[in-house]
Design a protein around this ligand. Structure first.
Ligand SMILES: Nc1ncnc2c1ncn2[C@@H]1O[C@H](COP(=O)(O)OP(=O)(O)OP(=O)(O)O)[C@@H](O)[C@H]1O
Ligand code: NI
Length: 373
């Protein structure tokens, strides 16, 4: 196996607010290999966007990356070391802000946001913006950059790209704007594209078309992706491997089929049970009970225990680190849940506890369906 393209180790990003410290990303580790689409999935507030902006070192005050390491193609995007005075300081080899700006962001790691209007300027034509971006980032002349821009628009499925080149963003539909952003992301042929819920606002058919196109482009250009979503059906459609996030942590990590068919964490099961699937009837849909607690003061032990249908006393006490639970010779499949024998903390003997999930079940709300709101 070659080195991963991107490796994130024990990353911690916090926001220092008046109410306290928000542990938005609290010690996550994952890799992205060449040519892979890696999912980052979880409910709103799980820390997905903070994780991706940390990778680009785009966390704004009062937020700060406070620990961990981010390596990209053998270079250090983030890394601390202890100085002579015992204080932590950036490692010497850490890329400078200028290197991040000029070399990494947009060129080697591109990002696509949910709202295209955040990235497109309404007063300039779509083609003009794409051309300028290509001119600046690829040192091409205006004419060459224009040709390249039109090619890219064609590549992402914009019909009649020569004439649409001169149109303004508001003349494009939401799906077409998102395609333009994908063109912009691909324009510098980056090694990694981070897509932060780019299809969430679109209707399901348009979303499906865009996911299909991304898969084709991914194979053609061999670009790696981090695909952020809260939607397990998007994960099923596009991802090779998946990281499931809950309250700042990655609680399960597996290849996509293993995650769906050999689910090891109750939170992942809950996410899967709450999504419509072709192999289930609507009656079997169960919303996840309760709401995600605040990241300022996360629950003790396992952070999911307050909503977990399988929670026991021990889950309130022991904070599980992810462990690889795969069989020998199988690809890694990690989960952070003490119900698995590998954790050996006495889950089986520990008494069950009432949680938001068990309360819901004992009241018979989910059995009768529909009343669980
Ligand atoms: N600027 C900020 N100041 C304070 N807290 C913040 C800030 N930005 C994010 N957070 C907090 O960090 C946590 C993670 O937020 P993040 O945006 O990463 O969630 P997410 O998983 O991307 O959710 P969504 O699906 O809604 O986009 C949340 O508790 C959020 O309130
Ligand atoms: Ni987000």
């Amino acid at each position: 196996m070659s080195e991963p393209l991107l490796s994130v180790r024990d990353l911690k990003t916090q926001f220092f607010t008046e109410d306290g410290t928000v542990r938005a990303v609290d010690g996550i580790s994952f890799d992205v290999n060449e040519g892979e689409i890696v999912g980052l999935v979880g409910e709103s507030g799980a820390g997905k966007s903070v994780a991706t902006s940390s990778i680009l070192r785009l966390v704004d005050s009062p937020g700060e990356i406070v620990g961990g390491e981010i390596e990209f193609k053998g270079e250090t995007i983030f890394g601390l070391e202890e100085g002579d005075d015992g204080e932590l300081r950036p490692r010497d080899e850490m890329l400078t802000e200028e290197e991040m700006r000029k070399r990494i962001r947009g060129r080697e790691i591109a990002i696509i946001f949910q709202d295209p209007m955040e990235s497109l300027n309404p007063v300039f034509t779509v083609g003009g913006q794409l051309r300028e971006f290509i001119e600046i980032n690829r040192d091409l002349g205006a004419q060459e950059a224009k040709e390249e821009a039109i090619d890219m628009l064609r590549e992402v499925g914009i019909p009649a790209p020569e004439s649409r080149y001169d149109e303004y963003p508001h003349q494009f539909s939401g799906g077409m704007r998102q395609r333009v952003l994908i063109a912009m992301a691909l324009a510098c042929q980056p090694d990694l594209i981070i897509a932060d819920e780019p299809t969430t606002a679109l209707d399901v058919t348009v979303e499906g078309e865009i996911l299909e196109m991304v898969k084709e482009l991914q194979e053609k250009y061999d670009t790696s992706f981090i695909w952020v979503t809260h939607d397990m059906s998007v994960v099923a459609e596009i991802c090779d491997r998946v990281n499931v996030m809950y309250l700042g942590e990655i609680i399960e990590q597996a290849e996509v089929d293993d995650l769906f068919y050999d689910t090891k964490h109750p939170y992942t099961s809950a996410l899967l049970d709450s999504m419509p699937r072709p192999d289930r009837t609507v009656d079997e849909l169960r919303p996840i009970q309760g709401v995600m607690p605040e990241a300022i003061d996360p629950p003790s032990g396992c952070r999911f225990h307050s909503r977990c249908p399988e929670a026991r006393e021990v889950c309130r006490e022991v904070h599980p680190e992810p462990r690889d639970l795969s069989e020998a010779g199988e690809p890694p499949h990690t989960a952070a849940c003490v119900k698995h024998d590998a954790f050996e903390v006495g889950y089986d003997e520990s008494p069950a506890i009432e949680t938001e999930a068990t309360g819901g079940f004992s009241a018979g709300l989910t059995e009768t369906g529909g009343e669980a709101e």
